[in-house]
Design a protein around this ligand. Structure first.
Ligand SMILES: C[S@@+](CC[C@H](N)C(=O)[O-])C[C@H]1O[C@@H](n2cnc3c(N)ncnc32)[C@H](O)[C@@H]1O
Length: 383
């Protein structure tokens, strides 16, 4: 087989998805418009696999990635490896045990195995938290990639740079095995904080101002304004910017039961006790805000540092003080978190996945708006 041109008989790249979770990588491939054969996905979490199977009709291999052998990996004859290994060893909130953390071992193990494969992949993509790039695991990853004949380009990118009002900066490593090369080889071996190379501009790094400005959060909310909600002229669901008076969501509103199981919005109201205790630590956003904070897997279980809360009541005049308890604070629904992760509308949770599990699975996932263009850039072969 000719180096650099291995593909399945139908001419499609064969893809392995490691740490597949609820399928953020697979949605990114779809959004990128790449025709690929998804050969196998791997995840140890049965709930994540239930969600993946519900949406894609295929249940990922539910074993420990650490137990795979080089022969197992060779048997898949994969061209592309997509990996989202656990981020806890590298998070600022964690103990930062790095490669000494047991949760880093499966990733280190398959990197090690890659060197012993008869046919290592041609392309390699890793997503992780900011902080990974200074880790010992990162150092080992780059050493192995170089030894195995890869050239890498690295990025730290945020959905905000792609017009999504959501701050979730993440580290990405894109690598191609020689003789494959990147469209912009001058960014080889660099860590870039700008999406310029992947957005197709060839004349240097784009000024951040040129990157699209973000849409308002209201475009990502689940409930559309509905005329029969507004018996009072003061009420207009979520569309604060166009409303002259106080705006308020009727929290009894039924929202579409769309498989994200949102049901009644009342279950999303932030209890008064929490507001009194943690109000000063809460990140509050409004429907017309152009930014919200990263939703973590602990959203809804804890309020501090786990993601933004939505104020559904906003004073007539901006800047006028309204006590937090009067701002109609609610959690974003799982569907809204999925929207901010740019998951497609067809994505659904099976009914048996509970609310906290939904937030946990989404919090572990990724921004399709960021990963899709990165994958397109990785897959493209320069002429
Ligand atoms: C950061 S999440 C990736 C989520 C995924 N990108 C998504 O879109 O949902 C890491 C995933 O790796 C899985 N995982 C962690 N260690 C594993 C191991 N040793 N073997 C298999 N899966 C593992 C976890 O269950 C979790 O779903």
């Amino acid at each position: 087989m000719e180096e650099g041109s291995r593909k399945s008989s139908d001419g499609l790249y064969r893809v392995l998805e490691f740490y597949s979770g609820i399928g953020g990588m697979r949605y990114s491939i779809m959004r990128a418009g790449m025709s690929a054969t998804m050969v196998e996905a791997f995840d140890i979490n049965d709930k994540a696999n239930d969600v993946y199977e519900h949406n894609f009709g295929h249940r990922p291999y539910q074993g420990n990635i650490q137990n795979l052998t080089a022969a197992d990996l060779d048997r898949y004859e994969a061209d592309v490896w997509l990996l989202c290994p656990p981020c806890q060893p590298y998070t600022r909130q964690g103990l930062q045990k790095d490669s000494g953390d047991a949760r880093a071992s499966s990733f280190l193990r398959i990197l090690e195995l890659m060197q012993h494969m008869l046919q290592p992949p041609l392309m390699f993509f890793v997503e992780n938290v900011v902080g990974f790039e200074i880790s010992d695991t990162h150092k080992q990853m780059i050493e192995i990639l170089v030894k195995t004949g890869f050239v890498a380009q690295e990025f730290i990118l945020n959905p905000l740079q792609f017009g999504v009002p959501y701050s979730r900066p993440r580290y990405f490593c894109l690598a191609k095995r020689k003789p494959l090369s990147f469209q912009n080889p001058r960014f080889n071996n660099q860590l870039l904080w700008s999406p310029t190379p992947i957005l197709g501009s060839d004349d240097g790094l784009m000024d951040e101002n040129v990157v699209q400005s973000c849409e308002p959060i209201e475009n990502f909310l689940e409930v559309e304004p509905s005329s029969n909600q507004s018996e009072s002229a003061d009420l207009d669901l979520f569309h604060t910017s166009r409303v002259p008076g106080m705006v308020c969501t009727t929290l009894e509103t039924k929202v579409e039961e769309n498989g994200c199981g949102t049901g009644s919005l009342s279950q999303y109201i932030v209890p008064l006790g929490l507001i009194e205790r943690w109000g000063s630590a809460m990140d509050i956003v409004y429907p017309d805000s152009k930014r919200c904070c990263c939703f973590t897997k602990s959203y809804y279980r804890y309020v501090k540092g786990t993601g933004s809360l939505l104020a559904t009541v906003q004073p007539k005049k901006k800047g006028k003080f309204t006590p937090l308890k009067d701002q109609g604070l609610r959690y974003f629904t799982p569907r809204e978190v999925a929207n901010l992760h740019s998951f497609p509308e067809i994505f659904q949770f099976p009914q048996h996945i509970g609310l906290k599990q939904r937030y946990a699975l989404l919090g572990n996932s990724l921004s399709v708006a960021v990963v899709a263009p990165l994958l397109r850039y990785l897959f493209v072969e320069p002429l």
